[in-house]
Design a protein around this ligand. Structure first.
Ligand SMILES: Nc1ncnc2c1ncn2[C@@H]1O[C@H](COP(=O)(O)OP(=O)(O)OP(=O)(O)O)[C@@H](O)[C@H]1O
Ligand SMILES: [Mg+2]
Length: 385
């Protein structure tokens, strides 16, 4: 009787313990499930030979594969360099765990995924190795940011060097310019020169003059680009500024058959911005439009300058019926010194300067282009309410 009692109490104790283990196991399972479902890290598990047996939701998202596509495959096949990955797995097996600051996986779409990786060995109760667990953080965005920062730093350094050189070259250029003007006067007044020699000398001096102006043009543009002058603010009528800009370019337009059309909004558009900087942008864009139309060689050159009031300010668009910007050039047109124009015609600084200015004014510069039909650049200028 006594022994039945003690047996029954023992059974109750064991049943309670089993129930408690079951709860614990259930909680651990839920905990794991929650981590595997919600973590943005790549978490995987392999069996002893390195074949995948588990693949987290974060891994599916980061690498583009559904779990069913990779289960049973060697995990090393997902990496860019299977041999180095296998070496890391071997190291983990020997040491129990290992980590590497950067390895590369290959996304299903072929792109590289940079990851920080930790590998841990999974050991059973009998102290036998049964597999490997991997936890990897996708650091691709961070890497890209780091590369961008290095690139920005490099550009800033180049800007500093370029502005230094431009500044230094300006003085000798001014002297050459002055000297060539003086030389032209001497040649004109010189006695005893035969007309052919005089003309030849004058032509040479004119060439010196022209090329000096070209160099000064480049150095001034470079200095404009690098100078970080804060924009001034004034209220002015955008339509008057656009008309003044086209007047400024009349000499360029004079010997062409290009018609400039103003398609201004009915209402006057007073805005508060920096008129001097905006004029620089308009001059650059209208000059580009003139060149595009001329290069296209069409008889009916047309440039349309349009203004529209928007919720945030004013949009000014400059549309030409030139040849359009070829697909392969589109990634480069805002790059410093990118030009398709012959030497003397373009320096490849105009659009970079425009974009810089518009950005400093808090606006946006965008464009649309169709081969054979033309290009429209749009400047969105915000105005304070
Ligand atoms: N309206 C346009 N139509 C077609 N191509 C254009 C147009 N505007 C710019 N481009 C292309 O973009 C390039 C870069 O323009 P950007 O204004 O920066 O330099 P650029 O005009 O060549 O020289 P510059 O420094 O004298 O302005 C041009 O050489 C041209 O190939
Ligand atoms: Mg230009």
């Amino acid at each position: 009787m006594e022994s039945t009692k003690s047996l029954s109490s023992e059974l109750t104790k064991v049943t309670r313990e089993v129930a408690s283990y079951k709860i614990e196991l259930d909680q651990t399972r839920k905990y794991l499930h929650c981590v595997l479902q919600n973590s943005t890290d790549i978490i995987f598990m392999t069996e002893i030979t390195g074949l995948l047996v588990s693949f987290s939701k974060g891994a599916e998202k980061a690498l583009g594969y559904a779990m069913e596509e990779v289960i049973g495959r060697p995990v090393k096949d997902l990496s860019e360099d299977a041999e180095s990955f296998e070496a890391l797995m071997v190291k983990s097996r020997l040491k129990g765990n290992v980590s590497a600051p950067e390895i590369h996986f290959r996304h299903k779409d072929g792109t590289r995924v940079h990851c920080h990786i930790s590998l841990m060995e999974l050991i059973n109760r009998e102290d036998n190795r049964v597999g490997t667990i991997g936890v990897c953080q996708d650091i691709t965005r961070w890497k890209k940011l780091q590369e961008d920062l290095v690139q920005i730093d490099r550009l800033a350094e180049m800007g500093r060097i370029a502005s230094g050189v431009a500044h230094e070259i300006n003085n000798p250029l001014a002297i050459i310019n002055e000297a060539s003007g003086w030389a032209e006067e001497v040649i004109t007044d010189a006695k005893g020169l035969n007309p052919d020699d005089r003309e030849e000398l004058k032509e040479t001096v004119r060439k010196i003059n022209l090329q000096t102006r070209r160099c000064r043009n480049i150095t001034h543009k470079l200095l404009d680009f690098v100078r970080d002058s804060a924009p001034t603010r004034a209220e002015f009528d955008i339509h008057s500024l656009l008309k003044d800009t086209v007047d400024l370019l009349r000499p360029e337009l004079k010997h062409t058959a290009i018609e400039v059309e103003f398609a201004f909004s009915q209402e006057s558009l007073p805005i508060t911005s920096d008129p001097r900087l905006l004029e620089q942008v308009f001059v650059n864009l209208v000059t580009n439009a003139i060149h595009a139309v001329l290069e296209n060689g069409k008889g009916n050159g047309h440039i349309k300058i349009q203004t529209i009031r928007t919720d945030s300010g004013v949009d000014v668009s400059i549309e030409d019926n030139g040849g359009g910007i070829p697909e392969e050039a589109r990634a480069s047109i805002f790059t410093l010194f990118y030009t398709t124009k012959p030497p003397g015609k373009g320096t490849g600084l105009g659009l970079s300067i425009c974009r810089n200015i518009v950005k400093n004014l808090g606006g946006e510069l965008s464009y649309q282009s169709k081969i054979g039909a033309g290009t429209t650049f749009t400047i969105s200028i915000p105005t304070p309410k």
